[in-house]
Design a protein around this ligand. Structure first.
Ligand SMILES: [Zn+2]
Length: 331
């Protein structure tokens, strides 16, 4: 089976009048939009990899308006990703994979689709790549990079003063694109957050106008960078909740409020009636690092070392589909 990947040479004006759930009236299938600009080296913009993260839809609408009268300052290649999930208002449909986990390590039709997008991008000699997301937890705006190069860090600083360097999960769009150009994932807060929409549009506009990246990385005042060292997972057979009784793993109620705040060794994470370790921490290769980060103290689960959590969410569906959150260290 070969999945359709449609191609366009402009963003349709009809985008202006529709809601995200109506995306398939404009883009019935995943699509690549090639818009010629003054500087021919294209900026790649990745949108709607997750169908319920709609800041990128606002960026699409903005770009359609901006490009209506005159060509953009730099050529654009825009990927419109999981339109089926966007129509349904979900991260991904039950019978399709997560569109931000298909850019390596697989041979499904969706991996092939991502491979086709990559091949186009590689052939185009990109200036940079920006993938636009939202998250469900209580997080500041931040950009994620997968290489600590000056250009990638400059993109992050253009978006927000907080950056995250990660290599896990290894199958994301920005990790794949970081091998061919400066690449960033921007986390624009919760869907609908107007600061996030403004910052994403500012970044895209700034990257279109930028002639070249600075050879020096941004200073510490412009960007504070954290390194993601582990991803926290809850086994499927463990019931869990936040501060509520009647589940096997009772996570502390205020865990989400700890995002991007240092937590010292010894801090409590959870209380459990189970024996053993009812959560796990893995690195980008899938290696189990749980014992390096968590220990048992009676019923309590405590941190073994200082960490800064991120992307902790209370959304149980996201936790089941993706993870509880990440553990980071400042760089
Ligand atoms: Zn996302």
């Amino acid at each position: 089976m070969k999945l359709p990947l449609d191609r366009y040479d402009r963003l349709p004006e009809a985008l202006a009048g529709i809601s995200a759930r109506e995306i398939r009236s404009v883009f019935p299938n995943p699509s690549l939009v090639f818009i010629a600009g003054e500087d021919p080296q294209p900026l790649f913009i990745s949108t709607l990899l997750h169908g319920n993260e709609l800041t990128s839809f606002s960026v699409l609408q903005h770009l359609e308006r901006a490009c209506r009268q005159s060509p953009p300052p730099r050529s654009l290649i825009i990927f419109v990703g999981n339109v089926g999930a966007t129509e349904a208002g979900v991260r991904h449909l039950d019978d399709t994979p997560d569109f931000n986990r298909i850019w390596a390590n697989g041979h499904s039709p969706w991996h092939e689709l991502a491979g086709d997008v990559m091949a186009e991008a590689r052939g185009a000699g990109l200036f940079a790549s920006i993938d636009i997301h939202n998250n469900t937890g209580d997080n500041p705006l931040y950009g994620c990079v997968n290489a600590l190069r000056p250009a990638d860090l400059q993109l992050a600083a253009m978006f927000a003063p907080v950056g995250v360097y990660y290599l896990n999960p290894p199958t994301t769009q920005s990790i794949a694109f970081s091998r061919i150009c400066p690449a960033i994932t921007v986390e624009c807060g919760k869907t609908g957050n107007t600061d996030g929409i403004d910052a994403a549009i500012r970044l895209v506009e700034g990257a279109m106008r930028l002639k070249a990246f600075d050879p020096a990385p941004p200073g510490p005042d412009a960007l504070k960078v954290y390194h993601t060292v582990g991803r926290v997972l809850i086994p499927e057979n463990v019931s869990f909740g936040f501060g509520e009784a009647g589940v096997q793993l009772v996570l502390r109620e205020d865990l989400e409020a700890k995002n991007f705040r240092p937590m010292p060794a010894g801090a409590d994470w959870a209380d459990t009636e189970l024996s053993g370790m009812p959560l796990s921490v893995v690195d980008e290769h899938g290696n189990d690092l749980t014992d390096e980060f968590f220990c048992r103290d009676g019923r309590a689960l405590k941190l073994v070392q200082d960490v800064v959590p991120s992307m902790i969410t209370r959304n149980k569906e996201v936790i089941r589909q993706d993870c509880l959150g990440y553990l980071m260290r400042p760089i």
